[in-house]
Design a protein around this ligand. Sequence first.
Ligand SMILES: *Cc1c(COP(=O)(O)O)cnc(C)c1O
Length: 471
Amino acid sequence: MSTHEAGSLHAQGRAPAWLEVPQDVNALLQQIWPDTAHKGDDGVLRVGGLSAPEIVAQVGTPAFVLDEADFRGRAQAFAHAFADAFAHLAGARVHYAAKALISVGIARWLAEDDLAVDVCSDGELDTVLRGGIAPNRVTFHGSNKSDAELAQAMALGVDLIVIDSLAEIDQAERVAAALDCQPEVMLRCSIGVEAHTHEYIATSHEDQKFGLSVADGSAAQGVRRLAEQQRLQLRGLHTHIGSQIFDTEAFQLAIRRMARLTAQIEHEHGLNLPELGLGGGFGVAYTTGHDPLAPAAIAGRMAAHLEQECQAAGVAVPHVTIEPGRAIAGPAGVTLYTVGTVKPVTLDGGFTRLYVSVDGGMSDNIRTALYGAEYSATVASRYSTAPPQLSRVVGKHCESGDIVVKDEYLPADVAAGDILAVPVTGAYCHSMASNYNAIGRPPIASVRDGLLTVLVRRETMDDLLARDLFA
Ligand SMILES: *Cc1c(COP(=O)(O)O)cnc(C)c1O
């Protein structure tokens, strides 16, 4: 298993602690691949009943491949888990956070499966409506909504508008008055709990743009302002503490702070707050370094915490909404690339890192560059007998930070023409994609039972130049 003269131990020293030298470099780590993904003895990846080469023959590379059964299964698992766990309380509803990944076809699945949706722009709103989501199944978020966005949301009759600032109270009131409607709203609060991955920070203050701060009195001021007017109907409070969270303690603390705040508001203002928004942020496994809880476990713990904290605070248990995005879309997506240039780079001490270039990069997955996100990869088109070689998957952009997978063991004979698959790219990859270097964005193809459906086609040169008035 030696990867070069110094042996694999040497290479391991350059790899992150969680990354183990694989026993079999062809094997899939099943927990980070979609439900239907598997490899046969030929080393070829199959997902949704189609092989990677069959998918590539139909849509080319790079391509986002979405396992429809996996996506819909995860959405349903969240919906059922939260409905069940909160049934003995006041109930809970799951809103899929559209910003993770949305298209009209995906919205259609959500509509068919009776999921509610969160949007945070008129573009996301339009997309989900075209997919058949009823306006009363939509919550409208955003920290800087335009008058036009608020007016559209109100005229359509979305279920809830989440107010994000004191200024937005006046703005929403004015827009609602012009439309002569009385929309229901939630007030987004920042509660000093900020969680990412394995750690959370609990402070009293929060130094970020979202919501009304509880610590500096803005949240209380917002409630007072809402209580004074007749136009906007305050249904409850909302908070969202971060993303890629594994730690249910962070949610427990958020629930405690929200229950206390609810009690304080009900006591001081005589307002009844029947709804509580607890946001999204449930973590997924991008690598073997992550171990997420199943939806039923998350729901069970959150229900227990809510019951306990509401009892302690002396308030009735509200109806709950949660907003998973990543945990539904992320694990359902795989990106397929074609390998091009492969370049060994020798570093200090004779250690070699293999730079494996693919035909996409930071334009289809910005998360590695933006957040230092970790991913995994496998050769999807053949079996290799070569030893594992510590590699870095990079893109074709003019930027040294154009890294897709920072550290992964790939077969040492990985070569131009191989198909490379990167799992867990369903969330925040297509939705954050760009046209950097005038490269068109990849298609989204859903696969199910051996059938491929192009949900979003590849962007063409004509698409790219469509806005260029001199083209
Ligand atoms: C981003 C966001 C979500 C979804 O977060 P995930 O980490 O994808 O689950 C939910 N609610 C709000 C308000 C958000 O901003």
